[in-house]
Design a protein around this ligand. Sequence first.
Ligand code: NAD
Ligand code: UDP
Length: 317
Amino acid sequence: MRVLVMGGSGFLGSHLCDVLIARGDEVVCVDNLCTGNEANIAHLRGSPRFRFVPADVTDHFDFTEPLDAVADLACPASPPDYQRLPLETLAAGSHGTENGLRVARRHGARFVLASTSEVYGDPEIHPQTEDYWGHVNPIGPRSMYDEGKRYAEAVASTYRRTLGADVGIVRIFNTYGPRMRPDDGRVVSTFITQALSGTPLTVHGDGSQTRSFCYVDDLVAGLVAMLDAAEPGPVNLGNPNERTVAELAQLVLDVTGSASPIRYAPLPVDDPVRRRPVVDRARDRLGWTPRVPLDDGLRRTADWFRTRIPVPVAPRS
Ligand code: NAD
Ligand code: UDP
């Protein structure tokens, strides 16, 4: 296959490029590097089956070579990133996704949208199945991301319903692993960076809010399964192993052996109280289940961060 990966220099996108190249596909990676990093794809640059195109997907773009699939991951994804780039985030969910759909349709290619558990907002239904419509504040400080993705789902569904486009939607729950930016502000990268540098772990609120954390290799296997399927979705992709943020902090201290204290900080506005995917649909329709346990995934992630963070671990006494 020849696959266009929009946002391919980011955390998830670069791992997707790796898996596609490893199985023999050709990959065109389009990215404007607004939150991504060229280092994530540096090792692929020598491959004749990999091409990097520095471009903003919200601008008009097209390719002369044939395409079999388009994966749309081009969007700032961490709360500090999308709040720093609010209009760009809305543009990615609207113009960016529309451009990807247009290109996919012109090439007769399958289009897979990387949507998010954030379409469920602060959910009133727990755990979340795909038929839940969500509870999103349309004018709140997370709305540029949540509503951008809801629009992206709407336009992708409209292409499928009215134009017969081959479109699939995955809703990704919190995913972590190597290549997250240490300063991206997401909880796993932040806690690991703090633990490894011996600074306090900043737990928001009382730490009782929950998330369900999926290791990147599992998540990318689900993305590839969706690219290869004819499934329209939406399909939840995530690890249903739900933890409080306070439990996560303790686990990070345990796997890193850090003596960092915990410091409590204010809970951000509209921070969802709980989040856990039902992944039966992914199992039944894609044959996908997450496999990597949280402590194992955190250990692998911390090992990678250790090679990036020069400050020594503060040992436990
Ligand atoms: P990321 O910020 O590392 O990756 C996003 C990539 O898209 C970056 O390389 C960025 O430079 C690029 N990009 C953004 N806007 C662009 C534009 N206009 N033109 C070209 N490139 C652009 O984030 P990630 O965690 O890898 O997320 C990838 C996708 O998966 C996003 O769409 C995100 O919404 C979705 N997602 C991720 C998670 C998660 O936990 N990681 C959860 C839910 C959904
Ligand atoms: N969080 C935290 N400390 C941090 C960063 C995040 O306690 O330094 C919390 C955040 O408020 C939220 C959870 O961890 O309750 C997950 O945050 P993240 O930004 O990783 O993902 P999202 O909120 O988008 O699910």
